[in-house]
Write a protein that binds this ligand. Structure first.
Ligand code: L34
Length: 280
């Protein structure tokens, strides 16, 4: 049997509808959520993602403020801007779109964001809270993935979850959230010996490495839930996931497409965090 498609596009649209309601209520209390997005340089992928974020804000009724800075902007200038936004009462969430140009130290920049406005949950204070299990904001991509897994109805308690990739943005927090769901979690990466065998024991396989079609049919346990976080831009301009979708859909029970899978969920979770920040 063919895998069911987990449409992030559809689930995200449902979530945005709920948030629109929440924003109406907030507005009734005199608060309109505001999100500031800082984008440095002109990476085409970042431009698309930031545009999608703005579109989501408009739909939900969140005020969005975009700060598009040239690639040669200095670290100090970015930090000064963040400090100003930290004090701005109309802004509840601040996001610095990654990656930043190579002359800028990401860590230093992210450290400047007020943790109460850190809707990405990248500030070390929020990363620490996630580790402990006491969080306000969940990191957007892992939170979106958990939401999608829940929609399959699978019981995560005691299940074998394998995360491929150990980035600070996806792999590491993903593993932590699955642990909070009482899964048995294995994290794989570029040094993992025999990736195929480890992947094959997963009831839930989450892949976030940025290698097109790395995961083939024989990496997947029959009936597994397969979540593809990869958004690799191919030479023909098309997006391609880290999972070989055509192969995997013959083995998995549920699979996320690229595009239309995790990407829209990441944005929906960003909207959720922004509304939450305004509520606080
Ligand atoms: N600070 N930087 C910060 N926060 C984030 O949460 C991100 N990320 C990642 C890159 N840098 C970041 C995103 O927003 C990746 N990401 C993201 C956001 C949206 C989409 C993909 C990745 C998205 O909208 N994807 C669409 C396709 C868009 C296209 O055509 O390229 C999809 O359907 O998958």
């Amino acid at each position: 049997m063919e895998a069911k498609i987990l449409s992030g596009r559809d689930i995200a649209s449902e979530i945005r509808l709920g948030l629109k309601n929440d924003v109406e209520k907030l507005k009734g209390n005199g608060v309109q959520p505001g999100l500031a997005v800082i984008i440095v340089g002109d990476e085409p992928a970042s431009r698309i993602y930031v545009n999608n974020k703005k579109k989501a804000c408009d739909e939900i009724g969140i005020r969005s403020f975009e700060y598009a800075l040239p690639a040669e902007t200095s670290e100090e200038e970015i930090i000064e801007l963040i400090k100003t936004l930290n004090c701005d009462k109309n802004i509840h969430g601040i996001l610095v779109q990654l990656p930043l140009p190579p002359h800028i130290n990401d860590e230093k920049v992210l450290l400047t964001i007020d943790p109460d406005k850190d809707v990405d949950a990248f500030h070390p204070v929020n990363v620490g809270k996630i580790m402990i299990g006491n969080y306000r904001f969940l990191p957007c991509t892992p939170a979106g993935v958990i939401e999608m897994i829940h929609r399959t109805g699978i019981d995560l308690k005691g299940s074998e979850c394998v995360v491929v990739g150990r980035s600070n943005i996806v792999g590491k927090p993903m593993a932590m959230l699955l642990l909070h769901e009482h899964a048995t979690v294995t994290v794989c990466h570029s040094r993992t010996k025999d990736l195929k065998t480890v992947c094959k024991r997963a009831d839930v396989l989450v892949v976030a490495v940025g290698k097109p079609k790395l995961i083939k049919a024989d990496f997947i346990k029959p009936g597994a839930v397969v979540i593809d976080v990869g958004t690799n831009r191919m030479e023909n301009g098309k997006l391609c996931g880290d999972v070989d979708f055509e192969e995997a859909k013959g083995v998995a029970s549920y699979i996320t497409p690229v595009p239309g899978g995790v990407g829209p969920m990441t944005i929906a979770m960003l909207m959720k965090n922004t509304v939450k920040a305004a509520e606080i």
